[in-house]
Design a protein around this ligand. Structure first.
Ligand code: ZN
Length: 158
């Protein structure tokens, strides 16, 4: 396993659409393991393959219950609404107010190519949306109603 370098906002790779994964092989396992180590090291809630320079439909979400690997994911259900602060490991220290569904169901493949469904609420739902957006070249800043100021960040309210 190895920690990979996280691409930062401004790099055009983050605006590109990812291609589906077709081969569920050793190379994919290596990438997933590296992404998990990178995510844990950065202490984030999610990481998408383009953030480590790979234009494939792969992302990981970890909201404290261990990593969920999502390959070729698609959102198949949304319920409710939540509004709150959201950030990105590719844009460190910056947060915006983003509206997301309260509950999201995704359909995805696991590392062996088996399809499964998973429903997440609150932070998990937010992370599913954020990471799947990355696979379509969409960044959270395009959804943000506004960015938080340094004073707001320091206040600890968000
Ligand atoms: Zn992100």
């Amino acid at each position: 396993m190895a920690i990979r370098k996280i691409v930062k906002f401004g790099d055009e790779i983050l605006n590109k659409k990812c291609r589906p994964v077709e081969k569920f092989d050793e190379k994919l396992f290596q990438l997933l393991d590296d992404m998990e180590e990178t995510l844990a090291d950065a202490n984030g809630a999610g990481l998408a393959a383009p953030q480590v320079g790979i234009l494939r439909q792969i992302c990981i979400v970890d909201v404290g219950e261990g990593p969920i690997e999502l390959i070729n994911p698609e959102i198949i259900g949304e319920e409710g609404e939540q509004e709150g602060a959201e950030g990105c490991l590719s844009n460190p220290g910056k947060y915006g107010i983003v509206k997301r569904p309260m509950k999201v169901t995704v359909k995805a493949q696991d590392r062996n190519g088996n399809w499964f469904q998973k429903t997440g609420e609150e932070l998990c739902a937010r992370a599913f949306c954020h990471e799947i957006d990355h696979l379509h070249g969409i960044l959270f800043t395009s959804h943000a109603s506004r960015m938080l100021t340094d004073e707001e960040l320091e206040s600890g309210e968000y």
